[in-house]
Design a protein around this ligand. Structure first.
Ligand SMILES: O=C[C@H](O)[C@H](O)COP(=O)(O)O
Ligand SMILES: C=C(OP(=O)(O)O)C(=O)O
Length: 349
C-alpha cells in the first residue's frame, strides 16, 4: 500500500503520519518526488489502516499495490531513481559504461586495463576478485588482494569500481574497497546475501538470474530495498533458452519492461548475454537503443590467456574504444549524454 501526500506538507505532519504507520506495526519508506511524497507501507496493512490514513490531513490518496514487490515498483517511486556515485549519475540522462576483465589477475593487469577503460571513455572499472565458477577446480579469483589491486587502479585512473560479492560474510570487506557491489546471476536469489546488502548503502548491481522472470528479479531487488538500501540497479545479462549458439539469450525486451515496472536503473551485460566477442558490440548498441542506462562489458588486454573462460566474450582494447566512440554518436539519439576523450582507436592496439 502507498500513501501519497503533497510536497507542501510540513515535515512535522509527515513525521506524524509516519509514526502512525509505524505504530500500526508496519514499516514506512519515504520517497520524495518533485510534486508529491510517497510513503510505502510495508507489512500487513489492514483495510482499517487504509481508511484511517485516507482521513488524515495531508494525505491525498491511499493506493493498494497489488504487486508482490512494492518499493521496486514505479507506483511507489514514479520518477527514475538516479544513483549518484562520486559524481557519476546512474539512471538519469547519462550513459554509464563499466568495462574491464572478468577477473582481476594481477596488479599490472588491472592497472593497464583501468588505464585503457579511462582512455576509451568508460566511467567504471569492472573486475571480479571472487569468481562464481561452475566447476570447483576452475580459477576462483585472487580474493581480497584483488580488491586492493582494483581500488588502487580505480583511484589512480579516476574510475569507479564494481566487483562481485558472493556471500554475506564478504559484503563489508567488498564494500570497503569497491564503489558498487555486483550480485551475480547465480546469487540473485541468495536471500541472506540480499538481506545483508540491504543493511548498507553501497550501490548494488543485481544481475538477473539466468532462469528468472522479471517478477523474481524485482522481488530480489525488493529484499535489498526493504532492508534500507535504496541504491539498487538491475542488470539484464541473458537467460537460458533452447538456443545453444550463444552462451545465453540476451533478453533486450527486459530493458523497457523493467523500466516500465520499476524506477531502478537498468544496465545491460552483452558479454555474458551472448558469450561471443563478435556479437558484443552489436548487442551493446542494441541495448542502448532499447533504453539501457548503462552497459557492463568485458575487455581484456590478452583475452586468449584470460584466467577465466571469459576471453572468448572479452573485447580487445581497440574494439572497446571503437565501441565507445560509436556509442558517443548513438547516445544522444536515445536522450543520453556520453562523451569519450576521442583518442585514436589505433592507439589502443
Ligand atoms: O567467473 C565468472 C565468469 O564470468 C563465468 O560466468 C563463469 O562461468 P563458468 O565457471 O561456467 O566458466
Ligand atoms: C560472473 C559474472 O556474471 P554473471 O553473474 O552474469 O554470470 C561476471 O560479470 O563476472
Amino acid at each position: 500500500m502507498i500513501a501519497i501526500t503533497s510536497n507542501t506538507i510540513s515535515e512535522e505532519r509527515l513525521n506524524e503520519i509516519i509514526s502512525y504507520i509505524e505504530k500500526s506495526g508496519n514499516q514506512a519508506h519515504v520517497s520524495k518526488g518533485t510534486d508529491r511524497t510517497v510513503i510505502g507501507i510495508i507489512g500487513q496493512a489492514s483495510p482499517t489502516l487504509a481508511e484511517h490514513l485516507r482521513q488524515m490531513t495531508g494525505v491525498e490518496n491511499v493506493i493498494k499495490i497489488s504487486k508482490s514487490y512494492k518499493l521496486a515498483s514505479r507506483d511507489f517511486h514514479p520518477e527514475d531513481t538516479v544513483i549518484d556515485i562520486k559524481g557519476v549519475k546512474i539512471g538519469g540522462d547519462e550513459l554509464v559504461i563499466m568495462g574491464g576483465p572478468c577477473a582481476v589477475e594481477s596488479a599490472e593487469q588491472i592497472d593497464e586495463i583501468a588505464r585503457l577503460v579511462k582512455a576509451a571513455g568508460g566511467q567504471v572499472l569492472r573486475g571480479g576478485a571472487f569468481k562464481p565458477r561452475t566447476g570447483p577446480y576452475s580459477f576462483q579469483g585472487v580474493g581480497v588482494e584483488g580488491l586492493v589491486m582494483m581500488k588502487e587502479a580505480g583511484e589512480k585512473h579516476g574510475l569507479l569500481t564494481i566487483t562481485e560479492v558472493m556471500t554475506p560474510e564478504y559484503v563489508d570487506v567488498c564494500a570497503e574497497y569497491a564503489d558498487i557491489l555486483q550480485v551475480g546471476t547465480r546469487n540473485m536469489q541468495n536471500f541472506d546475501l540480499l538481506r545483508k546488502l540491504g543493511t548498507i548503502k553501497t550501490p548494488v548491481l543485481l544481475k538477473r538470474g539466468f532462469s528468472s522472470t522479471y517478477d523474481e528479479l524485482l522481488n530480489a531487488a525488493e529484499y535489498i530495498l526493504a532492508g534500507g538500501n535504496p541504491n539498487v540497479m538491475l542488470c539484464e545479462r541473458g537467460i537460458r533458452t533452447f538456443e545453444t549458439y550463444t552462451r545465453n539469450t540476451l533478453d533486450l525486451t527486459a530493458i523497457p519492461v523493467l523500466q516500465q515496472l520499476s524506477h531502478l536503473p537498468v544496465i545491460s551485460d552483452p558479454s555474458h548475454g551472448t558469450g561471443r566477442r563478435e556479437l558484443v558490440e552489436t548487442m551493446c548498441k542494441a541495448s542502448v537503443a532499447a533504453g539501457a542506462n548503462g552497459l557492463i562489458v568485458e575487455m581484456h588486454t590478452d583475452p586468449d590467456n584470460s584466467m577465466t573462460g571469459d576471453g572468448v566474450q572479452s573485447l580487445f582494447p581497440h574494439q572497446f574504444a571503437q565501441l565507445l566512440q560509436d556509442l558517443e554518436k548513438l547516445a544522444p539519439l536515445m536522450g543520453k549524454k556520453f562523451e569519450t576523450p576521442k583518442q585514436p582507436v589505433e592507439s589502443f592496439r
